[in-house]
Design a protein around this ligand. Structure first.
Ligand SMILES: *[C@@H]1O[C@H](CO)[C@@H](O)[C@H](O)[C@H]1NC(C)=O
Ligand SMILES: *[C@@H]1O[C@H](CO)[C@@H](O)[C@H](O)[C@H]1NC(C)=O
Ligand SMILES: *[C@@H]1O[C@H](CO)[C@@H](O)[C@H](O)[C@H]1NC(C)=O
Ligand SMILES: *[C@@H]1O[C@H](CO)[C@@H](O)[C@H](O)[C@H]1NC(C)=O
Ligand SMILES: *[C@@H]1O[C@H](CO)[C@@H](O)[C@H](O)[C@H]1NC(C)=O
Ligand SMILES: *[C@@H]1O[C@H](CO)[C@@H](O)[C@H](O)[C@H]1NC(C)=O
Ligand SMILES: *[C@@H]1O[C@H](CO)[C@@H](O)[C@H](O)[C@H]1NC(C)=O
Ligand SMILES: *[C@@H]1O[C@H](CO)[C@@H](O)[C@H](O)[C@H]1NC(C)=O
Ligand SMILES: *[C@@H]1O[C@H](CO)[C@@H](O)[C@H](O)[C@H]1NC(C)=O
Ligand SMILES: *[C@@H]1O[C@H](CO)[C@@H](O)[C@H](O)[C@H]1NC(C)=O
Ligand SMILES: *[C@@H]1O[C@H](CO)[C@@H](O)[C@H](O)[C@H]1NC(C)=O
Ligand SMILES: *[C@@H]1O[C@H](CO)[C@@H](O)[C@H](O)[C@H]1NC(C)=O
Ligand SMILES: [Cu+2]
Length: 574
């Protein structure tokens, strides 16, 4: 018979051994969700459209987890459109099969098929979101992904009285799939959306839309946590609430040093948590919350304003019939200086509990130009892009071509990369030029499915340089599978001798999506500690459609816990 004393000793020793590495008490639970992809008739601006939804909801259902939890989300495709869902900002440590971008990590989930996304939330807490990651399906297929702190963990700011997701979107009176198909066919810019939305609602500043207004009812003297998500396809947004100052406390599920602002800038793909402290006494006024586009560059954009309403609860007896409606002042549509200053305000919390882990030394440096370009017009067609060409976009002049018979991850994992991708993505421009000056005469891009291969644990420094080809523009660059630290930003051309001296390695913000300033650059650093294939792209959907994307292949490390496991048995096949 086994000596119980010895057994107890062994168990205790095991627990101590484990707890030296992971916090046993914090191990999370498994949470299951089911996403039924289905059509739903939705009316906005007096136009009814049959839109793609999850579970018939628009915006889609909230996914809520705690840091450390395992999520099992079964996605069932009941529609004729191919589907794939991305869990935007989730690190996906050694679970790249669950990342979601179509033809990058997986083939789409086809009609009648299903797939269980299986991933664990590790070292992250805050607001993220999920969205379709195939053509323009994410126009309506998106929702919040909220990660609460571990049980018994607190926020590094006053505990909010209530938490409110505020998710911005773009509404099209026509099928967004038709918009992108037409744009790619003609080579011209896409038709602009017809409205911006807050939680799916355009609000009272549009015709036939007053009843579709998001209303936030608040009590006086309380602190609300607003979880802001920009799910718009193409538009970076300014956001403000009349007569209320907001305190930014978190970005992309990383805490930041709190700072106050009246106006926020939020690019597609970005998330920001802000504290809204309500006034001590209910004011005799209704406050608009407004959002509209920040844009420089050429082309038509959605120039409209979405309004939601912040309203104080009050006793019916002293409730006046009419109250003045106050509006926040937002910057000019092209206020590039404001946007750059705002991006620069973000600093990591850099506390002992949430330290900064920015690589201090760099193994590999990359210099990536990001911007627009052109493709030739097919011989038998007239094209509506610049000078009769087709619009394109690229990184280092490579306009990315998606595979269509497999995913990059699958072909990499099973060693069948031949003819699917090549590993010669340029680490800097092949033909250097004055990136923010006079554009080169030849704006044609090269096309290819090219990747950069990184050894496990490589430290990477990457400069994104905007180009003025077809107009300087701000690009929200998004990296899958990692957060990066934004160590520097500036206007004009990056100067490799002068600018690195000013890099912030003390408290740089940690994000998954950062704005490259129009006519400027940002420098980021990350450690390639997550084996798999990871997409990096502009989160302006039309730029992604035009090819402003590339992928990193991060190789396995030597140890067992540094290797990507095989795909699950229900992994979708092409
Ligand atoms: C949407 O409305 C159309 C026209 O009224 C109808 O034929 C269709 O069945 C509806 N679809 C759904 C999913 O309700
Ligand atoms: C989810 O993934 C983990 C890690 O690979 C695995 O241990 C677990 O069995 C998976 N769960 C399901 C339901 O497939
Ligand atoms: C709102 O702000 C304006 C301008 O700062 C000020 O004049 C007004 O008194 C404020 N109203 C309320 C109800 O806070
Ligand atoms: C946006 O709309 C305003 C008027 O509401 C107009 O003056 C301005 O030119 C428009 N800007 C763009 C870029 O369309
Ligand atoms: C509230 O404002 C409205 C409209 O300006 C005004 O008619 C009303 O008298 C005000 N009520 C109070 C209690 O101040
Ligand atoms: C923004 O546009 C206005 C009007 O088109 C122009 O006068 C102004 O110089 C522009 N500002 C910036 C910062 O580009
Ligand atoms: C003309 O272009 C279309 C696609 O735009 C193609 O389907 C068709 O085959 C082309 N015709 C010729 C003669 O090349
Ligand atoms: C437009 O295209 C034509 C021929 O395709 C070329 O000769 C001309 O230089 C181009 N013009 C500009 C402004 O790019
Ligand atoms: C699939 O991709 C290949 C390589 O880019 C391309 O030649 C082919 O036309 C594509 N097929 C379809 C159906 O899009
Ligand atoms: C690049 O172009 C800008 C704008 O024309 C100019 O100010 C700058 O001096 C140029 N830089 C170089 C290195 O030529
Ligand atoms: C490019 O265009 C400029 C004028 O815009 C011209 O002076 C120069 O010779 C051209 N360069 C080439 C290589 O064609
Ligand atoms: C990764 O590299 C760092 C040095 O940059 C080293 O300290 C660390 O031990 C390495 N980690 C692994 C898991 O190899
Ligand atoms: Cu872009």
């Amino acid at each position: 018979m086994l000596n119980m004393g010895v057994l107890r000793y062994v168990l205790v020793a095991c627990l101590i051994a484990i707890s030296n590495h992971v916090n046993v008490a914090s191990a999370g639970i498994t949470r299951r969700y089911k996403f039924d992809i289905q059509l739903k008739n939705v009316t906005r601006l007096c136009k009814t459209r049959s839109i793609l939804t999850v579970n018939g909801k628009f915006p889609g259902p909230r996914v809520i987890a705690r840091e450390g939890d395992n999520l099992l989300i079964k996605v069932v495709n009941h529609v004729s459109t191919n589907i794939s869902i991305h869990w935007h900002g989730i690190r996906q440590l050694r679970s790249g099969w669950a990342d979601g971008p179509a033809y990058i990590t997986q083939c789409p989930i086809r009609t009648g098929q299903s797939y269980v996304y299986n991933f664990t939330v590790t070292g992250q807490r805050g607001t993220l979101w999920w969205h379709a990651h195939i053509t323009w399906v994410r126009a309506t297929v998106y929702g919040p992904l909220i990660i609460l702190p571990k049980l018994h963990d607190s926020y590094p700011f006053p505990k909010p009285y209530k938490q409110i997701p505020i998710i911005f979107g773009e509404w099209f009176n026509v099928d967004p799939q038709a918009v992108i198909q037409q744009a790619l066919q003609t080579g011209g810019g896409p038709n602009a959306s017809d409205a911006h939305t807050i939680n799916g609602l355009p609000g009272p500043l549009y015709n036939c839309s007053a009843k579709d207004t998001y209303k936030l009812k608040v009590k006086p003297g309380k602190t609300y946590l607003l979880r802001l998500i920009n799910a718009a396809l193409n538009d970076q947004l300014f956001f403000g609430i009349a007569n209320h100052t907001l305190t930014v406390v978190e970005a992309d599920a990383s805490y930041v040093k709190p700072f106050k602002t009246n106006v926020l800038v939020i690019g597609p793909g970005q998330t920001t948590n802000v504290l809204l402290k309500t006034k001590h006494v209910s004011p005799n006024a209704t406050f608009f919350m407004l959002a509209r586009t920040y844009f420089v560059g050429q082309g038509t954009i959605d120039n409209t304003t979405v309004a939601g309403i912040l309203e104080y609860e009050r006793k019916a007896s002293n409730s006046p019939k009419t109250r003045p409606v106050l509006k926040p002042a937002l910057p000019a549509i092209n206020a590039t200086g404001f946007v750059a200053n705002f991006s620069n305000m973000f600093r990591s919390l850099a506390s002992s509990k949430f330290p900064v882990d920015v690589p201090k030394t760099v193994d590999r440096k990359f210099f990536f130009t990001v911007g627009l370009g052109t493709n030739p017009c097919p011989k038998n067609q007239t094209c509506q892009g610049p000078n009769g060409t087709k619009f394109a976009a690229s990184i280092n002049n490579v306009s990315f071509v998606l595979p269509n018979t497999t995913s990059l991850l699958r072909s990499y994992f099973f060693g069948k990369s031949n003819r699917v991708f090549t590993t010669d993505f340029p680490s800097s421009p092949i033909f250097p030029f004055n990136y923010t000056g006079m554009p080169p005469n030849n704006t044609m891009v090269a096309r290819g499915t090219k990747v950069v291969v990184l050894k496990y644990n490589t430290t990477v420094e990457l400069v994104f340089q905007d180009t003025s080809i077809l107009g300087a523009e701000s690009h929200p660059l998004h990296l899958h599978g990692f957060n990066f630290y934004v160590v520097g930003q500036g206007f004009g051309n990056f100067d490799p001798t002068r600018d690195p001296k000013r890099f912030n390695l003390l408290d740089p913000v940690e994000r998954n999506t950062a704005l490259v300033p129009a006519g400027g650059w940002i420098a980021v650093r990350f450690r390639a500690d997550n084996p798999g294939v990871w997409l990096m792209h502009c989160h302006i959907e039309i730029h992604l459609s035009w090819g402003l994307t590339m992928a990193w292949v991060v190789l396995d490390g030597d140890l067992p816990n540094q290797k990507l496991p095989p795909p699950p048995s229900d992994f979708p096949k092409c």
